[in-house]
Design a protein. Structure first.
Lengths: 155, 133
């Protein structure tokens, strides 16, 4: 067993895990933060995206032990004081989801995109940056709209 | 690229949801036309069983869509509504593949029309042109 200590959504947590445990397994199975989804297990779909030290990372690609000492934010950590994060609100407002399975990953990717590239995002940039996030329902149209609106609202 | 889709969904109760369904249908149709193929080997083993091998459309494979509709009340149910979930997926592959067959000049274009398939279709056009001369 390996011991890991990390900060998840502002809370320090420690766990003894099998060294091969993935970060997403630690989040979902040990910490019961099931908002982070597993869509493909092969790092294609992006449903498992979380922030590790501020960077968007596919948590099915990282071992839990690699996140030792890191600051992790999941979809559960975005809303504050009972209010949705502006990006979550934009997805709701713009019908940026249908079944919702890809949504946690989409939103985590989008928030990091805004942190990296600013609040004025054109359609081309958003579509290119969503390369690692798959959606089967929406055709991406309303996701792209939601991210543009959410980016402005994050100002 | 500009994509416009128009259909008749009967009485539309929530336009936002209906348009969302059409967006998704179009994306699935484009995927079927250009990217998504279920491939089996000679033993019947599916070799496109994960997203490593099966190509789903990404956001940058698609444009935004311009969706509109006319309303003809459906006479066979009390709400006057019609289905909208599959509508986009019906016309989209046809539109995309028609564009390709029109460009290459013959109809021997398989789906998904991958770059390799389109290249083969273009080679065939050249052969057909030569044979006609």
């Amino acid at each position: 067993m390996a011991s890991v200590t990390l900060t998840v959504n502002g809370r320090t947590v420690s766990a003894d895990v099998d060294p091969r445990t993935l970060l997403v397994q630690l989040l979902r199975e040990h910490l019961h933060l099931t908002g982070t989804h597993v869509g493909c297990d092969t790092s294609q779909c992006g449903a498992c995206v979380v922030h590790v030290n501020g960077r968007a990372v596919k948590s099915c690609t990282l071992l839990a032990v690699q996140a030792d000492g890191a600051k992790v934010v999941t979809i559960e950590g975005l809303a504050a004081n009972g209010k949705l994060h502006p990006m979550q609100e934009a997805f709701r407002e713009n019908h940026g989801l249908q079944c919702g399975f890809c949504t946690p990953g989409m939103i985590m990717t989008a928030v990091e995109l805004v942190n990296r590239k600013g609040n004025n995002l054109d359609e081309h940039t958003i579509r290119e940056e969503l390369e690692g996030n798959l959606c089967r329902c929406t055709g991406y149209h309303n996701i792209v709209k939601a991210i543009a609106a959410g980016a402005k609202a994050m100002r | 690229m500009k994509w416009t889709a128009i259909d008749d969904f009967g009485i539309v109760i929530n336009p936002m949801i209906v348009e969302g369904q059409v967006h998704g249908g179009i994306a699935q149709g484009v995927g079927q036309a250009l990217l998504e193929g279920a491939v089996y080997d000679k033993h019947g083993q599916l070799v496109t069983g994960s997203y490593m091998d099966y190509c789903m459309p990404r956001a940058d494979n698609l444009p935004s869509f311009n969706v509109d509709y006319v309303v003809t009340k459906c006479p066979s149910n009390p709400l006057g509504i019609k289905g909208c979930g599959e509508a986009g997926a019906i016309a989209a592959p046809v539109a995309v593949v028609n564009a390709i067959t029109n460009a290459v000049g013959h109809e021997d274009v398989p789906m998904p029309a991958t770059p390799q398939a389109v290249w083969a279709a273009v080679q065939k056009s050249a052969k057909l042109r030569k044979a006609a001369e």
